[in-house]
Design a protein around this ligand. Structure first.
Ligand SMILES: C[S@@+](CC[C@H](N)C(=O)[O-])C[C@H]1O[C@@H](n2cnc3c(N)ncnc32)[C@H](O)[C@@H]1O
Length: 264
């Protein structure tokens, strides 16, 4: 399964009512969304039909998140009729937009992808789903910070290492997608400041010159799960219910156990 087939599957099983995409390129991943969407890329070149209500933002993700109200397009209460049509009763009454499905696929350098994750998490809920692309480079050349290959993951795979070390409260599932793997993160906590508090130390440790010392377990996809197993798992209806009802964080524990059963 490739990343687009996985995303199509996530739209099907999780039915997000909104979608954020960082890194649009020609629009093939954005084309899979039917939800209210925000899509950010300083140099998009969309060549395919887009079938969602989208705010296409020509900006880097850092500049986008520095805006006063970056997700205004998804703001609840902005259009109560649309909120009703989206079967999102809470949305009718206004309030801050909470991201439901996010896809981080912008600049392929570790510190950029880490900041994208931190910014996305600030606007998420534990029941949100955050997907990071290019988490499983196939060789050291592909993982170089200085691009010199056709397929390029850069060193963004380090985000998974950092999340496992600094954020054991999250559940990170690596998926064996073609060509370069993804990670799906569950249990976002917008109040958590651990990454922000340790940001400088993290960069000192993880931003290293090429060639990158890519761990064997990443190259061999040792902990990667098949996408079909994730998409076919039993927890999706419960996650969707928790999201729609904005259940408190204690609702995460039983789902977390079910997600962990996927292995990896
Ligand atoms: C791999 S492509 C995205 C592919 C697309 N998501 C898909 O699956 O079809 C990466 C995109 O990230 C964009 N990009 C580069 N730097 C960025 C940044 N700082 N913020 C947001 N997007 C960025 C590039 O312009 C490029 O179009």
């Amino acid at each position: 399964m490739n990343r687009h087939e996985l995303l199509r599957g996530l739209h099907r099983v999780y039915r997000p009512r909104n979608y954020l995409e960082i890194g649009v390129n020609d629009g093939r991943s954005l084309a899979l969304s039917r939800a209210a969407s925000v899509a950010v890329d300083p140099a998009f070149k969309v060549v395919t039909s887009i079938s969602c209500d989208v705010h296409l933002v020509q900006s880097t993700s850092d500049d986008f998140f520095a805006r006063k109200d970056p997700l205004v397009h998804l703001r609840r209460g902005r259009n109560p009729f649309r909120a009703l049509a989206r079967r999102d009763p809470l949305a009718v009454f206004g309030g801050d937009p909470t991201l439901e499905l996010s896809f981080i696929d912008g600049m392929h350098l570790f510190e950029y992808a880490l900041r994208d994750f931190m910014n996305v998490e600030r606007h998420s809920h534990w029941s949100s789903v955050i997907v990071l692309d290019d988490m499983l480079p196939r060789d050291v050349d592909e993982a170089a910070r200085d691009r010199h290959t056709k397929f390029w993951t850069g060193d963004v795979y380090k985000v998974v290492t950092v999340l496992r070390k600094y954020r054991p409260d999250l559940t990170v599932v690596e998926l064996d997608t073609e060509p370069t793997g993804v990670a799906v993160v569950f249990g976002a906590d917008p109040e958590n400041t651990v990454l922000k508090d340790n940001y400088d130390d993290i960069l000192k440790e993880y931003v290293t010159p090429d060639p990158q010392d890519v761990p064997e377990e990443v190259l061999l996809r040792k902990y990667a799960v098949q996408s079909e197993a994730l998409l076919g798992a039993d927890f999706w209806p419960a996650l969707v219910r928790a999201r729609n009802l904005r259940r408190p964080r204690r609702g995460f524990a039983p789902l977390r156990r079910q997600i962990a059963e996927l292995g990896g």
